[in-house]
Design a protein around this ligand. Structure first.
Ligand code: PHE
Ligand code: ZN
Ligand code: ZN
Ligand code: ZN
Ligand code: CA
Length: 294
């Protein structure tokens, strides 16, 4: 997999910050800041050759939107999905939560296009609306997907908060080594998500696979899933600070759901490592196409 340029990921965060600044300070569901965020991501994907779809839904009296971007090619009966929520809370600009995941998967998608990747699986990226209101966009997507389409989705990768300023390096516990685990196939996803960190010598710890982000609706219908996370309101333990550096006993993200979740609220090293791990997982899990050479 290519190295995902950190500068490109950060340029997307700068744009999300500008959008918030110009739209009352946030990018929350039902606001002009949300719609501008979606239009920005969509324009990048359209220019790169993705087939994009905007799926509207109604939540709390406002229209919400999911953005779905299909990379042409691959086995239409074996779909790998990669998603992040694009909305934030009303308190602030939502740069770590979840500009970080949104920007990291956007830059991964653009890397797929730059490489003209011809994967074995069909790749579908998603930016979810209204996660902060209770996973509403991703739930709408899964619940309205015809069962024949649902059966084609072989896996879902979720990225929600991947640049926390006092970062941990966490993978959702898909293999059940520290909890109930996920649908069959989730173990393989966890393994692949951890591989890039193993290669660079960064230890990874499990985090709960309890449905606290947009993978919840997927695992509830039995779709294997996984994801990475650098921590929210929880506090880094002394042992974790020895493993990863940073500040023991302090929150992973002291600006979680707050006004100060700005572009200053990002650890560049964590963001870079996670973006590269996402690309590694997409390349590895999508596999290589078996079609004729072009
Ligand atoms: N979904 C939470 C939010 O957006 C953040 C979170 C992600 C918490 C992953 C736990 C695990 O606020
Ligand atoms: Zn990198
Ligand atoms: Zn949040
Ligand atoms: Zn989030
Ligand atoms: Ca595990």
């Amino acid at each position: 997999a290519p190295d995902v340029p950190l500068a490109n990921v950060k340029a997307h965060l700068t744009r999300f910050q500008s959008i918030a600044n110009a739209n009352g300070g946030n990018r929350a569901h039902g606001t002009s800041g949300y719609r501008a965020s979606l239009d920005y991501v969509k324009a990048q994907l359209d220019a790169a050759g993705f087939d994009t779809t905007v799926q509207a839904f109604t939540a709390r009296g406002a229209t919400g939107y999911n953005l779905i971007a299909d990379w042409p090619g691959g086995d239409p009966g074996d779909v790998l999905m990669i998603g992040a929520h694009l909305d934030g809370v009303t308190a602030g600009p939502g740069i770590n939560d979840n500009g970080s995941g949104s920007a990291a998967i956007l830059e991964t998608a653009l890397a797929v296009a730059r490489a003209d990747l011809q994967p074995g699986k069909h790749l579908r990226f998603a930016w979810w609306g209204a996660e902060e209101l209770g996973l509403l966009g991703s739930t709408h997507y899964v619940n309205t997907l015809p069962s024949a389409e649902r059966q084609k989705i072989g896996g879902y990768l979720n990225f929600d908060m991947v640049g926390s300023p006092n970062p941990g390096y966490f993978a959702y516990d898909g293999d059940g080594s520290s909890g109930p685990g996920g649908p069959a196939g989730s173990a393989r996803i966890e393994t692949v998500l951890r591989e890039h960190f193993t290669a660079i010598g960064v230890p990874v710890r499990d985090t709960a696979f309890d449905g606290r982000s947009d993978y919840g609706p997927f695992i509830r219908v039995g779709i294997p899933a996984g994801g990475l996370f650098t921590g929210a309101e929880g506090r880094k333990t002394a042992e974790e600070a020895r493993l990863w550096g940073g500040q023991a006993y302090a929150p992973y993200d002291r600006c979680y759901h707050a006004y100060c979740d700005t572009t200053a609220n990002i650890d560049d090293t964590a963001l870079d490592r996670n973006a590269d791990a996402i690309a590694h997982a997409v390349w590895t899990l999508a596999g290589t196409g078996g079609g004729p050479p072009d």
